[in-house]
Design a protein around this ligand. Sequence first.
Ligand SMILES: Cc1cc2nc3c(=O)[nH]c(=O)nc-3n(C[C@H](O)[C@H](O)[C@H](O)COP(=O)(O)OP(=O)(O)OC[C@H]3O[C@@H](n4cnc5c(N)ncnc54)[C@H](O)[C@@H]3O)c2cc1C
Ligand code: SF4
Length: 535
Amino acid sequence: MKAAFDADYAIVGSGFGGSVSALRLSEKGYRVLVLEKGTRFAASDFPKSNWNVKRWLWLPSAGCRGIFKMTFLPHVTALSGVGVGGGSLVYANTLPVPGDEFFSATSWGDLADWKRELLPHYATAKRMLGATPVPFTTLPDEILREVGRDIGRESGWSSTDVAVYFGEPDVKVPDPFFGGEGPDRSGCTRCGGCMVGCRHDAKNTLDKNYLWLAEKRGAKVEADTEVLWVKPREGGGFAVTARTGRSLFPFLRKTLTISARNVVFSGGVLGTVELLLKLKERPDGLPQISDRLGDFVRTNSEVLMGVVTERRDVDLSEGIAIGSILQTDAHSHLEPVRYPAGSGFFRPLAMPHAPGDTVGTRLLNAGAMILKKPWATLKAAFVPDWAKYTMILLYMRTSEGTLRMKLGRGIRTLFRRGLTTGTGSGPQAKAWVPEATELARRVEKKLDGYAESLATETLLGIPTTAHILGGCCMGTSAATGVIDDKHRVFGYEGLYVIDGSAISANPGVNPSLTITALAERAMSLIPSPVASSST
Ligand SMILES: Cc1cc2nc3c(=O)[nH]c(=O)nc-3n(C[C@H](O)[C@H](O)[C@H](O)COP(=O)(O)OP(=O)(O)OC[C@H]3O[C@@H](n4cnc5c(N)ncnc54)[C@H](O)[C@@H]3O)c2cc1C
Ligand code: SF4
């Protein structure tokens, strides 16, 4: 007999939330279909450096179908991942557990005893993602430790837990993580390429754990397939319309509509919130979605800076993307980040790190820096290999300022309404924070270096984030949130949001482990139609 629906669960997006959902639902015996707008990659498909924009950048209108997407919004420049495996393909593998204030934050603390409930799911998430402490340190890690010592915080320094296989470098072995059920793997070569894509099968991306196992249990993953519309279907369930194919011209791609009893939105904040905002606008979409949609978008209030060294006896690109972390005060962390040698994509976008609340002050400060250090400025601008001689600094804190996402027009969305931002509540994230600048100045001294920021920060004062969160936050009803504490969308039975947009407080640290743990918890609450074993 033909099944009533093409899938029991259609999952939009294959990042952390989508991949966990795909595995756990297939384990329970559901028929799962994952629709992913990006491409499926083998290790050899990743470029050697981020200058190969065709294979690194996601800009399909220009023929670039890589893994790294930059979204320029009025209040934040958001960095994200695209492809089968979502952000895991491009991320820096770092998997910290947030501090206690995240679990008890007023924005969601009364919905559940989050710390107690999530701890076992963090343990599962760490096991599934293969989190392990980095077994070596490099010069940037030692500099970070020294900075910790200088500010009386050395005990706040530690190696990061990362999702990487540290076996014999470049030696292929049978799956070391899932009793042989996973793919063959090779040991990390410390090439620093994690954020360009791991060419060595050493990074534990989602296609090597959750998605791999989900596909073995029957889940179908359709790459190059972007979900455009979801609406309730007469007789129950939902109709999901997607465009599939890789042609440069959308009209040359095939449109398909499938039926699903349930839909899980896992497109990441930028994918899920934009799609739901479009669906909410129209009666033939999902008009009953809460008016809170788009509210409470948070970042980790990150400040990204690069310190370019004048020394030529060092190679800062060797190691993994993030090897250590320093808690610099009760609410803040600093991490050293690297790109692989030859990856200078960000060099033309760099300007002197120049704090200031107005463009005038920032330009004056940048000018003063250039006058004070003309030779160092020139050397930084023409450094022979930006990645080899630059220690990137990622500063994060738990401050509670929020943004609001909405649809509208802007420079990016001149011809077609699209995602844009407005201010929300609390102190807004800024491109500079005095404590972060102070830490960068300390690193400058230790490295004979010169601190830079992206031009969008120095010129426009717009902060950059790789950790955009929220927009479909939890609440007790549609008046206070988009989803409940079980990730169910208010107003529509059978719809779920399971990704970074469901994160309802600021973790203050890299969020993927938390997204994974929350997804594990959400899945544990979905009943099984048939008895099955768990991985
Ligand atoms: C350079 C960089 C470094 C980072 N480093 C770290 C780190 O070290 N540690 C950490 O914890 N986090 C890191 N992050 C952040 C991390 O990648 C994200 O927080 C995480 O991936 C978000 O997971 P998610 O489940 O919300 O969705 P994502 O992982 O963002 O996946 C969403 C997927 O959905 C797809 N999609 C979107 N819309 C649609 C649609 N309409 N139809 C079909 N598919 C769709 C997207 O293509 C994407 O593949 C980093 C991010 C970047 C950009
Ligand atoms: S350092 Fe190189 S080999 Fe190791 S995980 Fe990162 S990209 Fe892969």
